[in-house]
Design a protein around this ligand. Structure first.
Ligand code: B12
Length: 217
C-alpha cells in the first residue's frame, strides 16, 4: 500500500492506517514520501472535512492520534544526515496553541540536518522562548502557530527580542497553518516556511548569514 492510500485511511480515521504504514515500510516504500504524501496529506484532508463541518472535534482528535502513531512508526526509518552541528534552535507552539504535530516534524528534520534542537512543547509564553534561547545559546527561535488567534503571540516574541536589543543574534522564524510569508513580514520575523523541508533550508540560510557575519568581524 502506498502513500496515497495511507492518506485516505488517515482521512477516514481508519485505524488500519498503522498496519498499512508498517506494511509499506516493510515493502521498502520511501519513508519521507510516506510521511509527506501519506500522513501529513491525510491530516490536511481531515482539516478540510473539519472546515466543511463533515467532521467534528472528535474526528479531529482521533485523526491526530492516529497520525501520531503512524509518525512514530516512520520516524526510525527517516534517512540520517551526516552533517555536524550547524546551529542551535529553540522551537515550540506559541501561547494558546496546542498543535504539536507540525513543529515536532520540523524539529525532527532539523535534527536530521545537524541542528541542535530544543523543543519547548505547546502553549509556550513569549518570554519562555527567549529565556530558553539565551540559556542554550540559540541563534533561532521557531514559532509554530496553527490558530489565527495565536499569531499575536508570535509578534510578542519578535517585539520582546527587539526591545531587549537581541535582534542581531536571535532570529525568529514562524510556521503553521495560521502563518504565511506575509504574516512573517508583517510582524518582523526573519523567515517563514511552509513545511519541515523548507524550514531546514531557511535555518541553513539564516545560520550561514550569521556565520559569515561572525567571520567578517
Ligand atoms: C490535528 C489538528 C488538531 C489537533 C492537534 C493535535 C496535535 N497533537 O497537534 C487537535 C484536535 C488537538 C486540534 C485542536 C484544535 N484545533 Co486544530 N487542527 C488540526 C489539523 C486537522 C491538522 C494540523 C496538523 O497537525 N497538521 C499536520 C502538520 C504536520 O501539517 P502541516 O501544517 O503541513 O505542518 C507543516 C507546517 O505547518 C510547518 N510548520 C509547523 N510548525 C512550524 C514551525 C516553524 C518554525 C516552521 C518554520 C514551520 C512550521 O512544518 C510542518 C511540517 O512539514 C488542522 C487543519 C490544518 N489544515 O492545519 C486543524 C486546525 C489548525 N485546527 C483548528 C481549530 C479551530 C482547532 C480548535 C480551536 C478546535 C476546537 N473547536 O476546539 C482546537 C484548538 C486547540 C488549541 N488551543 O490549539 C483550525 C484553525 C482555524 C483558524 N483559522 O485558526 C484548523 C485550521 C482546522 C480548520 N480548517 O478549521 N486540532
Amino acid at each position: 500500500m502506498g502513500a496515497e492510500e495511507i492518506a485516505k485511511l488517515i482521512e477516514a480515521v481508519d485505524e488500519t492506517a498503522t498496519e498499512a504504514v508498517s506494511g509499506a515500510l516493510a515493502a521498502g516504500e520511501d519513508p519521507v514520501r510516506l510521511l509527506k504524501e501519506g500522513v501529513v496529506e491525510g491530516l490536511r484532508l481531515i482539516g478540510v472535512k473539519f472546515e466543511e463541518e463533515e467532521y467534528f472535534l472528535a474526528e479531529l482528535m482521533m485523526g491526530a492520534k492516529l497520525a501520531e502513531r503512524c509518525i512514530e512508526l516512520i520516524d526510525p526509518h527517516m534517512p540520517p544526515n551526516s552533517v555536524t552541528t550547524r546551529g542551535v534552535i529553540v522551537i515550540g507552539a506559541v501561547e494558546g496553541d496546542l498543535h504539536d504535530l507540525g513543529y515536532s516534524l520540523v524539529a525532527k528534520q532539523l535534527e536530521l540536518a545537524g541542528f541542535e534542537v530544543h523543543q519547548m512543547g505547546v502553549n509556550v509564553a513569549p518570554m519562555s522562548f527567549i529565556d530558553k534561547a539565551q540559556e542554550v545559546g540559540a541563534g533561532i527561535i521557531g514559532l509554530s502557530a496553527f490558530l489565527v488567534t495565536t499569531v499575536p503571540s508570535c509578534r510578542d516574541v519578535v517585539d520582546y527580542i527587539r526591545d531587549m536589543g537581541l535582534s542581531d543574534t536571535l532570529k525568529v522564524i514562524i510556521g503553521g497553518t495560521a502563518t504565511s510569508q506575509e504574516r512573517a513580514d508583517e510582524i518582523g520575523a526573519q523567515g517563514w516556511a511552509a513545511n519541515a523541508v523548507e524550514a531546514v533550508s531557511l535555518c541553513e540560510r539564516l545560520t550561514e548569514v550569521e556565520q559569515a557575519a561572525t567571520q567578517n568581524l
